[in-house]
Design a protein. Structure first.
Length: 386
């Protein structure tokens, strides 16, 4: 009788533990929170204020989830939690959201939203990936790839097409290869593939790309007979492809992501085996690019170069320096140079801030007129109008 009771207790305990494990497994990788966002209504632009307020709520939702995770997982350094640094390096992205309430009070737009935050690999959540890519400005990507094979001369497009296909499926915009070939010759292509980041940025800027993916892939022949004792794979050949890739920010000519990967292929002939290895290597590298690039885009601030010319009065320069940190979405302002009437700043903005909105707000903040010369996701060139 006693053994029977003990058996029942053990079964109940096992059932309870299994139940808890299932609940944890279901919740793993996502968490739902409520968050509030707010934005000041400027110039009666309610639509813009609503968008900014929603973005604010989404950001706060991610911070809630990531902050909770950090609180439970991270010890303090010198007895102080280093929130800012950890938040920027931790994974957290919007899976979906629902606006629960919104209202206007004291010329501010308030939003309350239910936010579902994901903490798993973003590249494995296609729906969330596409949502977050759009939130950070829907960047355009230019792809430049060199493909070589031992003992073969296959079409260079095998690995490139596979990489482009993966980027498109993830929601990125990719510039047509025919447009690239119209503006780049053999020497320039080789220079970029060899590591000329400034040339890559220059060509990318000309094609209105935000990012340039540069990759080199080599498919090497593997003699199976040297690696096998028997003839179990007689009549088959093998290739091993290795690929290195970098993602370059067009506005700064800096490397955002650097990855490498490989792929293997076995086939009835060299062409078949090399083809398989090239495709596998491209799939391998594209998943790494998409994961790392997407995390950087949604977590790191948007960096832009601000250039303003015809600044002759130091009072105007001082007015700019004082007002820039006060504009919506500005995280950091770095003064770089003032020379011959030209002032240069590097700015870090919230990644959801649109450069056009920033330019309009800057114009309203200063008491002199500004003319726009260049405006894109990474650069803003203005000129003081007398």
């Amino acid at each position: 009788m006693r053994n029977k009771k003990l058996t029942i207790v053990l079964l109940l305990l096992i059932f309870t533990l299994l139940n808890v494990s299932l609940v944890k497994a279901e919740a793993q990788g996502k968490q739902k929170v409520k968050a509030k966002g707010v934005s000041y209504i400027q110039d009666d632009n309610i639509a813009k204020a609503r968008k900014v307020a929603i973005d604010d709520a989404l950001r706060r939702g991610v911070e809630k989830v990531v902050g909770t995770y950090i609180d439970s997982q991270t010890k303090v350094k010198n007895y102080q939690l280093i929130n800012d640094n950890i938040l920027k390096s931790s994974k957290g992205y919007i899976k979906k959201y629902q606006v629960l309430d919104e209202y206007i009070k004291d010329n501010n737009y308030y939003v309350e939203a239910k936010v579902e935050v994901g903490t798993d690999n973003l590249s494995e959540d296609l729906r969330a990936l596409k949502l977050n890519i759009k939130r950070v400005g829907n960047p355009r990507i230019m792809v430049l790839l060199s493909q070589k094979e031992e003992y073969l001369n296959l079409p260079n497009s095998i690995a490139e097409n596979e990489l482009i296909s993966q980027l498109l499926n993830s929601g990125y915009q990719v510039i047509d290869a025919r447009k690239i070939n119209e503006v780049i010759n053999y020497d320039k292509k080789n220079a970029i593939l060899a590591g000329d980041l400034f040339l890559a940025a220059k060509i990318g800027n000309r094609l209105k790309a935000d990012l340039v993916v540069v990759a080199n892939v080599l498919a090497s022949y593997i003699n199976l007979s040297r690696h096998l004792q028997d003839n179990s794979l007689a009549g088959l050949v093998s290739y091993h492809s290795q690929i290195e890739a970098k993602v370059i920010n067009v506005s700064t000519a800096e490397v955002m992501v650097a990855v490498n990967g490989d792929g293997k292929g076995i086939g009835s002939n060299k062409e078949d085996a090399a083809n398989k290895s090239l495709r596998e290597a491209s799939r391998n590298i594209s998943s790494k690019i998409i994961e790392q690039l997407s995390q950087k885009l949604i977590q790191e601030p948007k960096r832009i170069n601000l250039k303003i010319s015809e600044i002759q009065d130091l009072k105007d320069l001082n007015q700019l320096k004082n007002n820039l940190p006060l504009l919506s979405g500005v995280e950091n302002v770095y003064f770089r140079e003032y020379k011959q009437g030209i002032v240069l700043f590097d700015l870090e903005l919230l990644n959801t801030v649109e450069v056009l909105d920033f330019a309009l707000e800057l114009q309203q903040a200063v008491d002199f007129n500004l003319k726009v010369n260049t405006l894109n996701e990474g650069q803003l060139s203005l000129e003081l109008k007398n």
